[in-house]
Design a protein around this ligand. Structure first.
Ligand code: G6P
Ligand code: MN
Length: 440
């Protein structure tokens, strides 16, 4: 049986040990001979490699773990490149969140001005990653989690149209797991219809064994949102901040009961509620640094000092989903997933060149998107506004255009006025001067 070599770009991520464990849990179907971590932050990655090696060796001591800052070593001969870059780390995430909040605007990792700031940092490194892949592993698939996924996908569609890359997000899977728990079934028994952009989409139907359970879910979620009756197995999205987001789904459903919204739509549909619920001095980045990051590095320290392994991380939907997608590509399994793909008529009344998030079958040749009906004007209007904002942002980055960046910010529904958009943009330019392309 063929064995696979997996490279993880963003090897120093807190998610890396979980991905490695997810690979090990599937090793009988999907045997891996090497996992290579690649990062520009050598010190951090070496730490994460320690615990990753320990996790993997608990399952199989023959799997080789390497950590390198050399792209040639990382990618040569790799079958898959899992990408999860966080350009600027959580330190810059904190700025993306806090600068907008200080002006009363939603500050978020991937949505609104924070997401656009992160996008302007990430486009160039992702183009570089595609070029490394082409040079050192031309037949590899890049499976990309790097955020903001919608903006990254659009930039790569334009700049590297031939790259063998599949852009994915674990949020729909987390939401589907919760829906299954609400309905009292297994996640794998659920099939969904869904449309939108990444972090900007709606479930239009949810089936269990072919039967729509939409009515039941809508009733439950209008009251409780996506807060499950018991502790969810979706541990990755279960802390107090996430519970707040899941509850806000109820607020959105009370306004628009037709479809089940992604929790990320809260930043666009009820931004003031989100602002009111947030402490602008202690944002999500702080929570992540004080919890997920600290727990992992505490367990690494413990491992170094005592040789003892305490987990300090979880596999989560982030780990399992990327492995499932890789297996569908590797073995032509044609599994149906929600993926970020070029529209090309799948949603007939949205532009062909939009990167949309929709169901697709994953074959060994890549995704085969599923065509659906035209969407109603309300959703079309919201999506086209957001899409225009994302496309202008990408153009701003590629052309170095301040005017287009300002247009992108002003079009984004998180802003009440172009004047506020300008104020926040100007502060973000200052904060990102080591990362952004120059905007003139
Ligand atoms: C979900 C999204 C990711 C995002 C993450 C943030 O999983 O799909 O795109 O990065 O949430 O979670 P965090 O715990 O870091 O706030
Ligand atoms: Mn996501």
């Amino acid at each position: 049986m063929k064995t696979f070599k997996i490279a993880i770009a963003g090897g120093g991520s807190t998610y890396t040990p979980g991905i490695a464990k997810a690979l090990m849990l599937k090793r009988e179907e999907f045997p891996v001979s090497e996992i290579r971590l690649y990062d520009i932050n050598e010190e951090r990655q070496n730490q994460v490699a320690l615990i990753t090696e320990k996790v993997v060796n608990e399952f199989d001591s023959n799997v080789k773990i390497a950590a390198t800052t050399d792209p040639e070593k990382a990618f040569s001969g790799a079958d898959f490149i899992f990408a999860q870059l966080r350009v600027g780390g959580n330190v810059m995430r904190e700025k993306d969140e806090k600068i907008p909040f200080s002006h009363g605007i939603v500050g978020q990792e991937t949505c609104g001005p924070g997401g656009m700031a992160y996008g302007l940092r990430t486009i160039t490194p992702m183009i570089e990653l595609c070029d490394f892949a082409e040079q050192y592993a031309p037949s590899a698939w890049i499976i990309n989690y790097s955020n903001p996924a919608a903006i990254v996908a659009e930039a790569l569609r334009k700049m590297r149209p031939n790259a063998q890359i599949l852009n994915i997000c674990d949020m729909p899977i987390g939401m589907m797991l919760r829906m299954a728990e609400i309905l009292g079934c297994e996640k794998d028994e659920i099939e969904v219809d869904y449309f939108g952009l990444n972090h900007f989409g709606w479930f239009t139907d949810v089936y269990v064994k072919g039967e729509s359970r939409m009515k039941e879910l809508r009733e439950y979620m209008s009251e409780h949102g996506l807060v499950t009756p018991e502790q969810s197995k979706d541990l990755q999205h279960s802390d107090a901040d996430w519970i707040k987001a899941h509850r806000n789904v109820a607020k959105m459903l009370q306004l628009f009961p037709q479809y089940l919204p992604s929790s990320y739509l809260q930043y666009y549909l009820i931004p003031q509620t989100v602002v009111d619920q947030t402490d602008p001095a202690y944002t999500r980045a702080n929570r992540v640094m004080d919890n997920r990051e600290k727990n992992l590095f505490d367990s690494i320290k413990h491992l170094e000092q005592t040789g003892e392994f305490m987990e300090g991380f979880n596999v989560g939907v982030h780990g399992t989903f990327i492995v499932d997608v890789a297996m569908s590509l590797a073995f032509d399994r044609r599994e149906r997933f929600l993926l970020i793909v070029e529209n090309n008529g799948a949603i007939p009344n949205l532009p062909a060149d939009a990167m949309v998030e929709i169901p697709a079958y994953v074959t060994s040749r890549g995704p085969e998107p599923i065509r659906m009906e035209s969407i109603e004007l309300f959703y079309k209007g919201l999506i086209e506004q957001q899409l225009a904002s994302e496309k202008l942002l990408v153009e701003a980055a590629l052309e170095g255009s301040y005017q287009k960046a300002l247009q992108a910010f002003s079009l984004n529904k998180t802003f009440p006025s172009a004047e506020v958009a300008k104020t926040v943009l100007d502060e973000l330019i200052e904060a990102n001067k080591d990362y952004w392309p120059a905007l003139a």
